[in-house]
Design a protein around this ligand. Structure first.
Ligand SMILES: *Cc1c(COP(=O)(O)O)cnc(C)c1O
Length: 467
């Protein structure tokens, strides 16, 4: 490997070191001695551990860490022998700023934590697709082929009632494509009870209007009946839209129309189910799914791939073949198309073993409690103030509002929350009645030991003997 001189590295050795002038002469001499023993940058970069880090993280980052460590030694903060170790400690664990974390919030699909974690099968598929692949080529004939055809075939297999399928970047993109291709310059008829904000200021009405479609609002916040839609549909209608209120519930004096009530109006019914359930889920009886909506007569269903489906971020479009084709051929489709990594992860999610999300959703509360008891016993034996408690997990913004899933958690003193979040393996818990709860429902069992290690590592900071 080529070793170029680094500015501020070997060349300036000692120039800015230890500016202290009040030391007695002997100490100054010792400090000067130590400074001379600080290894040079090129020597340090030949250390196998740092050389390996260059392969993983790039020379720029490693040299910066080496310089920082050398400066600490020059300032007398560490002995020269500790420079390599210090440089290694200063390096990030990953080549991107994204750090893997443990989700102990009890929120299965946490948008701030990247929603659904990928299955091992999907992770492998992503790795395999990372190099050159036949994403758009038929290897038998050598001719260009439909992009992502095997992922699309897997999606059709998963929802046989759908005439065709298309995949875009996310759920919002699926809606934008449908609105642009089917309703630009026309009206989208939608209930006032379904004009929702999904999160972080993302409002469906704003998104739909941005495509050039006009919204024709019908009904009221709490009640909309089929006749409201019928009265609004006319020659200007692009489609009727049903949106699943996926992050809130309106209860009491309410009424809404079913898809089956709206299919006779002579315009397509588009259903944004949000969560990406392809078929009914026994644990979530109120959550809409693609199969049921299409059977009820929906012309098109849109959904996210990284919510209850448990896959990568993407937007699914399923339904009538002529409509899906029109969307896929629309010029905007090119701007919303997914990359090969997404296609690979989606296919492996659809065809592979149950996803982490599916497993978390169906986890047996008794087993969660047994895991919590075992972890708490181990940590308490070390003198940590911890108990296993019952807990209530939720699906999260990704679906099933109002549903709580019985769970189990470790209960720790509140200061653990910050210490765990800022630890080497960041753990996200939640605060409840003055305690930090680490809910196990979204934590895969194989991560239990890492979780316990993180708690042990956080203890000194909590008990005031940190740093
Ligand atoms: C989550 C959600 C969306 C947005 O999907 P993204 O994949 O986040 O773009 C749209 N509609 C509903 C009903 C949702 O729940």
């Amino acid at each position: 490997m080529e070793q170029r001189p680094v500015p501020g590295g070997t060349a300036e050795d000692g120039a800015h070191g230890a500016p202290v002038t009040t030391d007695p002469p002997r100490q100054r001499e010792a400090a000067g001695d130590a400074r001379r023993r600080i290894p040079r940058t090129d020597t340090l970069l030949r250390d196998p551990r740092l050389a390996e880090a260059v392969e993983r993280l790039g020379a720029h980052r490693v040299k910066a860490a080496v310089r920082q460590a050398q400066e600490r030694a020059r300032a007398g903060g560490i002995p020269p022998e500790q420079v390599p170790r210090t440089a290694l400690d200063l390096l990030p664990g990953t080549a991107s700023g994204l750090r893997p974390v443990l989700n102990a919030t009890g929120v299965l699909l946490h948008t701030n934590l990247g929603r659904a974690p990928l299955s091992a099968a999907a992770r492998r598929a992503v790795q395999e697709a990372a190099g050159p692949t036949d994403v758009e080529l038929d290897l038998t004939t050598g001719v260009r082929a439909r992009r992502g055809r095997s992922a699309l075939a897997a999606l059709r297999d998963a929802v046989p009632v759908a005439g065709a399928a298309h995949v875009v970047n996310n759920g919002a993109a699926a809606l934008v494509l449908a609105a642009t291709a089917l309703a630009a310059g026309k009206e989208i008829v939608v209930s006032r009870g379904e004009m929702v904000e999904i999160g972080d200021g993302f409002r469906l009405p704003d998104l739909l209007v941005s495509t050039g479609a006009r919204l024709r609002e019908v009904g009221t916040t709490n009640r909309t009946v089929p006749a409201d839609y019928a009265a609004a549909v006319g020659p200007d209608t692009g489609f009727v839209l049903k949106v699943h209120p996926s992050n809130f519930r309106i209860t009491g004096f309410t009424r809404s129309a079913e898809v089956a009530d709206l299919t006779g109006l002579g315009v397509p019914v588009v259903v944004d189910i949000g969560s990406g359930l392809l078929a009914p889920h026994p644990a979530l009886p109120d959550e809409p799914d693609a199969d049921t909506q299409l059977r009820a007569g929906a012309a098109l269903v849109t959904a996210s791939g990284d919510k209850l489906l448990g896959g990568p971020q993407c937007g699914l479009l399923l339904g009538r073949e002529d409509l899906v084709r029109a969307l896929a051929r629309h010029p905007l489709a090119r701007a919303l198309r997914v990359d090969k990594l997404t296609l690979a992860a989606l296919e492996a999610t659809l065809t592979g073993p149950p996803t982490p999300t599916a497993l978390a959703l169906t986890a047996d509360p008794a087993l969660l409690r047994a895991r919590a008891d075992r972890l708490a016993a181990g940590l308490a034996a070390d003198g940590i103030d911890v108990v296993a408690v019952e807990s209530a997990a939720t699906v999260g913004g990704g679906g099933a509002p109002g549903v709580t899933l019985p769970s189990a958690a470790l209960s720790l003193p509140e200061p653990y929350a910050a210490a765990l979040r800022t630890g080497r393996v960041p753990v996200l818990g939640r605060l409840e009645t003055g305690r930090c709860l680490l809910d196990l429902r979204a934590v895969p069992p194989r991560d239990d030991d890492r979780l316990a290690e993180a708690v042990r590592a956080a203890r000194p900071a909590v008990e005031g003997r940190g740093r």
